[in-house]
Design a protein around this ligand. Structure first.
Ligand code: GLN
Length: 499
């Protein structure tokens, strides 16, 4: 196995080797970025720094120190697993470039889509620029893509609810939490003054339930510690990407909070809260959690932590127990999109949560999360553009949780299938052929890789070599009998034979 790993590393190195035999770092890093792995990724950053420092300490007479195969193997350290996974085509979305292209196309299609208005019941939210538009993707392997106004910060509003709920489940378990908040769609608006048959809030995704959850999480801490604790959780969920606090949103919301106070008092009247709850402090905590600030990319990584069963994909930090995530996602699927939740589960079929600032987080379990940000809301309070984006994305990809039953509809499955060693060799071979790496192709031949294999588009090695215009590889291939057979089969002129 160790030998196989070494071979893998050497093969990767050989793909980006310069004529002088050292690593072409720029090309190598670009290839990683193509696959969706950013150099700033917490799992790669130390390796990137080691390479930079190594290059900056050249021997006398050299401008930069060349990275040779042995140096590469030494410098790679902890990043080895991820890099081998990436180059052997084993990331969860192996063809990330094509996926990115579709996301970009839909993003562009919707640039001029105009529908709805920003929320106006919180004065500060009403001032949002309706043209802001951003989309982020983060897979469970930490492949990331962001497009649009990704430097824009915004308050996460109701999208904080699933994260707070997951925390309560993690700390106290469902049996305890369920004594205070049910798990039933309400069929009412998100801030309606109504309780279920048990006189409990219907679910934690609407205001009453979320206010209840705010009374549970670390209730014995003082207010400052409590906020710091939860903000720390959000930072870990976001893998240390931007998480802030928007004080003006907080003050603005608190100043017009009659409805949420009314909800609180109504629940208090019905004895819903744990004993000793200070209602005013609970509401303040709830407003603070809604005023946590993110950018589309950090918000997306938070959701990707849910997609990944509670482990942040870009740091490997385990934030929640998988069971809490499973329970949270179940409620996001049935209750996450306000009064549109049923229609959403029917049409999109994925756990999601929206917030009145115009963001929607969507989770494709075990694959990825997306975050869509566009402030104008439809009549039900969801980002109008975000909903339209997901409808269009779901026309192309089989992400709906029952899509596997629907063979009549031709949708793309961008996920990797579990790869065998042969699959992974095949990917390496086609990668080398496509990149015109003759030396590597010869080496694979010696190692008896299957040269009769087809790539995912049904093309033979000879097709790919011809398409990439690598004459030396074509010559090498047609010297080999099994490829010659194929060569005859596809009737390429026989006079182009070996010298
Ligand atoms: N802070 C908002 C409120 O309580 C959150 C509502 C939302 O995003 N749906 O009214």
């Amino acid at each position: 196995m160790a030998e196989e790993r070494q071979d893998m590393l050497r093969n990767i190195f050989d793909l980006y080797v310069t004529k002088k035999g050292n690593l072409n770092v720029t090309k190598f890093v670009n290839a990683l970025e193509q696959m969706g792995l950013k150099k700033s990724d917490g799992r790669l950053e130390p390796f990137m720094t080691r390479m930079r420092n190594f290059q900056l300490a050249p021997a006398k007479g050299e401008e930069i120190a060349p990275i040779m195969p042995n140096d590469f193997a030494q410098l790679i350290g902890d990043a080895e697993e991820l890099i081998v996974k990436a180059f052997s085509g084993n990331l969860v979305i192996p063809d990330f470039s094509t996926f990115k292209k579709t996301v970009t196309d839909i993003y562009e299609e919707l640039k001029d889509f105009k529908s709805g208005n920003p929320a106006d019941y919180i004065p500060q939210l009403a001032r949002a620029d309706p043209n802001l538009w951003a989309v982020s993707v983060c897979t469970v392997d930490g492949q990331r893509f962001d497009i649009g106004d990704i430097d824009q910060t915004y308050s996460i509003q109701s999208t904080s609810k699933p994260f707070n709920y997951a925390m309560a489940l993690d700390l106290y378990g469902n049996e305890y939490v369920n004594q205070y908040v049910s798990a039933e769609p309400s069929g009412h608006g998100f801030n309606e003054i109504v309780l279920d048959v048990r006189n409990k809030p219907h679910n934690p995704m609407i205001n009453a339930g979320a206010i209840m959850v705010s009374s549970l999480v670390e209730a014995e801490m003082n207010t400052a510690d409590r906020f710091e604790y939860m903000q720390g959780i959000f930072r870990r969920l976001a893998g240390d990407l931007h998480v802030g606090f928007n004080n003006s949103i907080y003050l603005s919301e608190r100043s017009v909070a009659d409805r949420n106070f009314a909800l609180g008092h109504y629940m208090h009247e019905h004895d819903c809260f744990p004993q000793g709850t200070n209602l005013e402090k609970v509401l303040e905590f709830y407003f603070q959690l809604c005023s946590i600030e993110a950018k589309c990319d950090s918000h997306c990584v938070m959701a990707a932590t849910l997609a990944n069963g509670g482990i942040c994909p870009i740091t490997g930090d385990k934030v929640y127990e998988p069971r809490s995530v499973q329970q949270t996602l179940s409620l996001m699927l049935s209750c996450g999109m306000y009064d549109y939740s049923g229609q959403w589960a029917f049409q999109v079929g994925l756990p999601a949560k929206s917030g009145v600032s115009g963001s929607i987080i969507v989770v494709v379990p075990n694959v990825m999360a997306m975050c869509l940000y566009s402030p104008p809301l439809d009549k039900l309070g969801n980002s109008a553009k975000g909903i339209e984006f997901m409808n269009r994305l779901l026309e192309r990809f089989n992400f709906h949780h029952f899509d596997s039953l629907n063979h009549a509809v031709q949708k793309i499955n961008p996920r990797k299938n579990m790869m065998t060693i042969e699959d992974s060799n095949r990917v390496s071979l086609f990668f080398a052929v496509g990149a015109g790496e003759t030396g590597l192709v010869k080496k694979f031949y010696e190692k008896e890789y299957d040269f009769n294999a087809k790539d995912c588009n049904g093309r033979s090695v000879l097709h790919v070599a011809s398409a990439s215009g690598s004459e030396s590889i074509i010559r090498f291939l047609i010297e080999k009998t099994e490829v010659r057979a194929l060569f005859q089969q596809i009737r390429i002129l026989p006079n182009f034979s070996s010298k």
